[in-house]
Design a protein. Structure first.
Length: 122
């Protein structure tokens, strides 16, 4: 601690820079982890979507040959596909938002001379 002219103590500027760098590194890591969670969820949904779409295609072909026996199943598959599409679209928006957040945090750190912790260790 450094004692100021007015009698109160202030922290060492190097310590403040290290604290800021550590804090911003944690923010970037948290945003990265959340983005990875979203990406995994989206990838899983896309995989399931493909499987349901294939089932729907086979069922549609069967419906053309056998009239109306499986129309309830087709409605269920259609509903599942629509729900999946809505969720994937929502995740894509969230992922874009998270990327904007990461860029904003990075720009703020750069504009305020906050050097990432990993860059200092090198």
């Amino acid at each position: 601690m450094i004692k100021s002219v007015f009698g109160f103590k202030i922290r060492n500027p190097d310590r403040d820079r290290q604290t800021d760098a550590t804090r911003f590194q944690r923010i970037q890591e948290m945003l990265g982890a959340i983005s990875e969670e979203m990406d995994r969820e989206k990838a899983g949904l896309e995989k399931r979507y493909g499987a349901v779409a294939a089932d729907a295609a086979f069922l549609f072909e069967a419906l053309e040959n056998e009239a109306d026996q499986d129309s309830g199943r087709m409605a269920q598959l259609t509903s599942t596909l629509q729900s999946c599409e809505r969720r994937i679209a929502a995740l894509k928006k969230q992922m874009l938002f998270m990327e904007d957040c990461r860029r904003t945090v990075g720009r703020f750190a750069q504009d305020n001379d906050i050097t990432p912790v990993s860059a200092k260790a090198e």
